[in-house]
Design a protein around this ligand. Structure first.
Ligand code: SF4
Ligand code: SF4
Length: 317
């Protein structure tokens, strides 16, 4: 496993365990089972886990850390939609308590879009900076699907340590530009001393059939320090580690990936409340007559619309 300095004092495995996939927004694995998969990745040398307040999966991670036997050697990155100081304080304290950690390695604002949303979240960001000063957060960042966010960070001169952008060879999920645009912005951020860990190299599942090319594209981008990849089983952990180490999938994993498909489904008992349409920042959902529809080309299969549905009509399978 290759390790890199994401910030001057945070060293991570290049492969980051994207934990969205194990929790209730996606596979919804039983707690013990999800923790086993994460712990297996840790036993194989992955030392970096990405999570979020939204994912509600801190229990999986805490249990996996206990199973690993080295709970403090793992770098955990989480994120929050908090916009006020009080909400940010609650998010930090919730993470510290649920993860059983005094110090959270990386705390980010979630799904930031531009300099305007950064201004709107200024109070929360200031609180995170204060936590960094106090030593209960080691690094502060922002996750994004927008090129304009990175441009905004640089324009405002914000002292972020990391950014966590979506980045893949088909520009899946990049809301305001292409992969080339995102790479140019990441290069400028990197030159400004900001660590880059990319997400969704396989476009949330759209690029399974061409996974090797998709991984190579991201791994061959020099400004990308680390890459978060969602995993749901030991087999997927092994396949991803093999690829990151040798640029080849084991033959059986290659075949399985080519056959693997993910899709968002809206059940016909949808009551047309529009909550999911309002929630989706990729503008993938729309109403046709009384039916809610999904534009699958725009959907990045994040599952963020799942919990807002009052009748549990949305599934990512
Ligand atoms: S439709 Fe749902 S799963 Fe697809 S991008 Fe929007 S929020 Fe994510
Ligand atoms: S949130 Fe659920 S019920 Fe409401 S429109 Fe979306 S799928 Fe239908």
């Amino acid at each position: 496993m290759e390790y890199v300095n994401l910030t001057p004092d945070i060293t991570v495995s290049k492969l980051c365990f994207g934990s969205l996939t194990v929790g209730k927004l996606q596979a919804n694995l039983p707690l013990e089972r999800g923790a086993e998969v994460i712990a297996y990745a840790l036993s194989r040398g992955v030392n970096f886990i990405d999570t979020a307040q939204l994912y509600e999966n801190y229990d999986y991670i805490r249990l996996a850390l206990q199973k690993s036997g080295h709970p403090n050697d793992v770098v955990i990155s989480t994120k929050t939609y908090a916009y006020s100081r009080e909400l940010a304080r609650e998010a930090v304290e919730q993470a510290r308590s649920a993860l059983d950690r005094d110090v959270i390695d990386i705390f980010m604002l979630h799904e930031q879009e531009s300099e305007h949303t950064l201004r709107g979240h200024r109070e929360a960001l200031e609180y995170l900076f204060e936590c960094r000063e106090r030593g209960i957060i080691r690094a502060v960042g922002a996750s994004t699907h927008n090129v304009a966010l990175i441009r905004g960070v640089l324009k405002l001169g914000l002292p972020l340590d990391v950014v966590h952008p979506i980045y893949n060879m088909r520009s899946v999920g990049i809301t305001d530009g292409s992969a080339d645009d995102m790479r140019a912005a990441m290069e400028d951020a990197k030159a400004a001393g900001i660590g880059i860990f990319a997400m969704k190299p396989l476009g949330g599942g759209h690029l399974f059939a061409e996974a090797a090319d998709a991984f190579n594209y991201v791994l061959d981008t020099p400004c990308v320090d680390a890459v978060a990849v969602g995993m749901q089983s030991e087999t997927e952990v092994d396949a991803n580690i093999a690829f990151f180490e040798s640029r080849q999938f084991p033959p059986e994993a290659d075949r399985a990936l080519r056959l693997k498909r993910r899709r968002l489904i809206i059940e016909d008992y949808c009551i047309g409340c529009h909550a999911c349409v309002d929630r989706c920042r990729s503008h993938a959902l729309y109403v046709e007559g009384v039916t809610t529809m999904c534009d699958h080309d725009k959907c990045r299969l994040c599952g963020y619309c799942v919990p807002v549905c009052p009748v549990f009509a949305i599934k990512v399978i």
